[in-house]
Ligand binder design. Structure first.
Ligand code: FE
Length: 253
């Protein structure tokens, strides 16, 4: 009897062990299956975004034929400034290219992420390039203010003298740019102050006249004398360009 009982216990133990092994194998397989069907995609699968592929060098460095009057900026001042502008255009292209393949799974607004850095630089270089283009377009040998521009300035500032006073005060207070802009919402024309290419930029406004107030715009010729730079700049505003912008943006809307 003892031998039969021992045999029975042995066989039962083996069967129980086999059952346990079987249950464990089934559980493991189920776990693997449910893991691969998780609701949220794995990081490695988040890599396709509907961004059209574009060729490098989307943005081109523009040429400006700036003909100065009697009071003028030196060729060195203008030349160095143009080189700085070209650098912004090149960086804009570089950032545009980098953003096409940037890792969008690691965005971080608290500290650092490569994607955040690229998005910040995207606005910075875009504004830097475009503002310099608008600036270089509206300087040169000073022309007479056009009738449409004069009318708009008197309407919104009272007189050309009052406009100039406000423009100069704003330019002496700005660290980056001054924009005489047309507001698309309330239809006013105002002088706006920007402390950097991407700081304090007013929305829903169209620049009509752009003044670069960064030191690099005048240090070679005027040292730290911004007032003298602004006086020469005023005499060299190409009002024909401003008139064209006024007619395009104000009189057509
Ligand atoms: Fe500049």
């Amino acid at each position: 009897m003892d031998a039969r009982r021992k045999l029975f216990v042995f066989v039962a133990s083996i069967l129980l062990l086999l059952c346990l092994v079987f249950v464990m194998i089934v559980k493991k397989q189920r776990s693997n299956i449910s893991g691969s069907n998780t609701e949220f995609p794995q990081a490695s699968t988040v890599e396709s975004f509907p961004i059209p592929s574009v060729q490098n060098k989307r943005y081109q460095v523009k040429e400006f034929s700036i003909i100065m009057g009697a009071k003028k900026f030196s060729n060195k001042q203008i030349g160095d400034h143009k080189q700085l502008y070209a650098g912004y255009v090149n960086k804009r292209n570089e950032i545009d290219t980098a953003l096409q393949t940037a890792d969008r799974t690691t965005g971080n607004n608290i500290s650092y992420s490569q994607f955040r850095g690229l998005k910040l630089a995207e606005t910075f270089t875009r504004n830097a390039a475009i503002l310099h283009e608008l600036y270089f377009e509206n300087i040169g040998m000073g022309t007479t203010m056009g009738k449409a521009t004069e009318e708009i300035i008197i309407k919104h500032f009272g007189s050309v003298a009052a406009f100039k006073e406000d423009l100069m005060a704003t330019a002496l207070s700005a660290r980056g740019w001054v924009l005489t802009s047309y507001n698309l919402d309330d239809k006013r024309v105002q002088n706006y102050l920007l402390d950097a290419h991407n700081e304090k930029v007013p929305v829903l406004t169209i620049p009509l006249l752009v003044v670069d107030t960064y030191e690099h715009a005048y240090m070679i010729d005027f040292g730290i004398n911004r007032k003298e730079y602004l006086a020469v700049l005023w005499d060299n505003i190409n009002w024909d360009v401003v008139e064209k912008r006024v007619k395009e943006w104000i009189y057509r809307s």
